[in-house]
Design a protein. Structure first.
Length: 346
């Protein structure tokens, strides 16, 4: 680990930096009407993972941007996590990434040039693993370290996967284990065990490449990734977009082992509390549910897993795909149901 602790320069880290859902909705309320364009397939209307613009009958371009402040202290690891997280939005639309641009804001004079170099090198390494170039970018001198990507991808217009197409009776499958925010809270206090850091890094740097293949599976109806708004927040986006409810079985949730232990010990993030305050009124919890369980449900995930809503007969194939791609935590966690637009946890 570097002698310089990147997390000491930022007030938050990873996707926990996101503006809380309720405040974001307030900020965006009553914005001027946007220009409607016949080729814009996906815009801001449902809080989907990326914008999609149809180029022709066979190609659509997928565009997204994602950046945040350090979630770890090691500069290479920070760069790798941020780049993996940004590319996840492309995969979550069922697309294949083709190119990236770097977004760089650094406290010049506080961070040595070699540390900044290592952050960018970490991001470059992930993009190389994804088979795409970092073709440019933009940098500024900022009070806190910020790094991320503009990511571009391509997909057939008929294969775009949105967060709006779930059907009643669909099985919900989550591709990665939960608990990244909780582990980041422990890390910032210097209390994350070495094995916990290994689990955290392994999860946050695993590219969600399964999304590009999921796009071609007939039984996959809706797709998103779980990031700063936590499992409940991103599930509720599927519920709202699909006009359905959802039921989650807590005991079936994949939870990273180190995070489970830390959660039971009371570790949590401020972002988890903000998340619950934003959408808790849309969630039904069992009477007497332990606070640590609620914290996990609202825990902001950085570079989290894909959340898939698929027909029951497609579930086995979806799980097989995840396992073939090395997603050992992938499992069924619940179902989509007709009725009130809300999430229930059992």
């Amino acid at each position: 680990m570097t002698a310089i602790k990147l997390t000491q320069f930022s007030h938050g880290g990873g996707c926990g930096c996101k503006i809380a859902p309720a405040l974001l909705g307030e900020i965006l309320a009553n914005m001027p009407a946007r220009l409607l364009h016949p080729n814009l397939m996906v815009g801001t209307e449902t809080g989907d993972d990326a914008a999609v613009y149809r180029l022709n009958d066979h190609q659509a371009i997928v565009a997204t941007t994602d950046f945040f402040m350090p979630i770890v202290d090691d500069p290479v690891d920070f760069g790798r996590i941020a780049a993996t997280n940004a590319l996840s939005d492309i995969y979550a639309m069922g697309a294949q990434p083709i190119m990236a641009l770097a977004i760089v804001g650094m406290p010049i004079g506080k961070l040595p040039a070699n540390v900044i170099h290592d952050i960018l090198a970490g991001g470059e390494a992930v993009c190389a693993a994804a088979g795409i170039p970092v073709a440019g970018g933009h940098s500024i001198d900022s009070p806190e370290p910020i790094y991320g990507l503009v990511a571009l991808g391509v997909v057939h217009p008929d294969k775009v996967k949105r967060n709006t197409g779930a059907q009643a009776g669909d099985v919900l499958i989550l591709g990665k284990g939960l608990g990244i925010g909780i582990m980041s809270a422990a890390l910032k206090k210097g209390e994350l065990p070495e094995e916990g850091y290994r689990q955290m890094l392994e999860s946050t740097t695993q590219l969600n490449v399964a999304g590009s293949t999921l796009a071609h599976m007939q039984g996959v109806h809706a797709l998103t990734d779980v990031t700063g708004f936590a499992l409940l927040g991103h599930l509720l986006e599927i519920c709202r977009g699909s006009r359905l409810g959802a039921v989650i079985e807590f005991d079936r949730l994949p939870i990273l082992p180190a995070a489970l232990e830390l959660a039971r010990d009371g570790y949590a993030t401020g972002a988890a509390a903000r998340n619950w305050a934003s959408y808790g009124q849309e969630v039904s919890l069992p009477d007497g549910m332990a606070e640590w369980k609620k914290n996990l449900l609202c825990d902001p995930q950085t570079s989290g897993g894909l959340l898939v809503a698929c027909a029951p007969e497609a579930a086995a194939d979806v799980l097989d795909l995840f396992r073939q791609e090395g997603f050992g935590y992938a499992c069924e966690i619940g179902t989509m149901v007709a009725g009130e637009i809300r999430a229930a946890v059992r």
